[in-house]
Write a protein that binds this ligand. Sequence first.
Ligand SMILES: [Zn+2]
Length: 379
Amino acid sequence: MTQARYEICVNCIMDTSDSGITFDARGWCDYCNNFERNIRPHWHPDAVGERIIGKQIEAIRRDGRGRDHDCLIGISGGADSSYLAYVAKARFGLRPLLYHVDAGWNSQQSANNVEKIVDGLGLDLHTEVIDWLEMQDLQLAFFKAQVPHLDTPQDHAIFGGLYNFAAQRGFKYILTGANFATECVKDPIEWHYHATDLRQLKDIHRRFGTRPLTTFPLVDIFTYKLYYRFVKGVRVVKPLDYVPYRKETAVQELVDKFGWQRYAHKHYESRFTRFYEGYWLPTKFGIDKRRAHFSSLILSGQMTRVEALQKIAQRAYDEATIAEDFEYIATKLDLSVAELKALMHGPNKSFRDYRNSLTLIDLGARVLRLAGVERRVVR
Ligand SMILES: [Zn+2]
């Protein structure tokens, strides 16, 4: 879909680069309206939230008695998950096992940050190393599929690894760093299709992959949302929504307490994500994910709209780093720079060009909402 006319929300900075965006008579977009209607009334980073999360923490501690660890936390080395590990141990007195996926793209900085959190908090760490040849094959398949959601292989490995591990090892609680404060404006589905739609992943891999995925951690969205949740009893807790979580303050706390190093931007702990979000997506698809992130910060009162507009006008990336990363990514994928450039200039596709379970996923989400299991309405 191409938009006939450019329009930008008057409240946040989401615009018609999201082809599905709608505006009300005031010029507010549907993300802003969703936030006011469905998120803000249920979001309590205050005394109310403290009581709610307090009860959950109590249950986690109780259920975890006699076990080495009472919960599992996926840690990427990014700010949200690092801060979550800190809050879980230092504030809530939990005994988490940290779970880290090495999908081959971690920057040295993120590896250092994970180490600093593990050592600083005295926690145990389990690292899952993804077979690189399988990861490379799947990653390359997504490049060849010409879709915008190139981060699916990495995201899927992280999710799949974490959920499968929890179910196998009998963990009843997974704590995630997902939060409204920095993520209340979700990436539009055209920008970032569900990484756990196994049907889509398999279809793209069947068409463009060459190597069977024998050890790669695969999980279907229905498996973890239904089977793991209701049969295996694995619950997902999002503590950062119940405590005051301001990005800048949190990052500063991590720097001061653990010598943690800040990243230039959210998700830049992965060298692939930096290249992909900072360069590939804006250049090839006209998608700038900072737009959704900054809009989240506007809605949660952590950035002004003027500041966001100024920041988004600057490129996320400088020329020298682009050239360096372009070569790095090509080499990792066993391509020449010219081959990667050819992929870059190929015809753009969307998740809709491949098999997917979107209808079923939407239906499932509606059922879970009606059943009161999931409250939030995403757009
Ligand atoms: Zn808006």
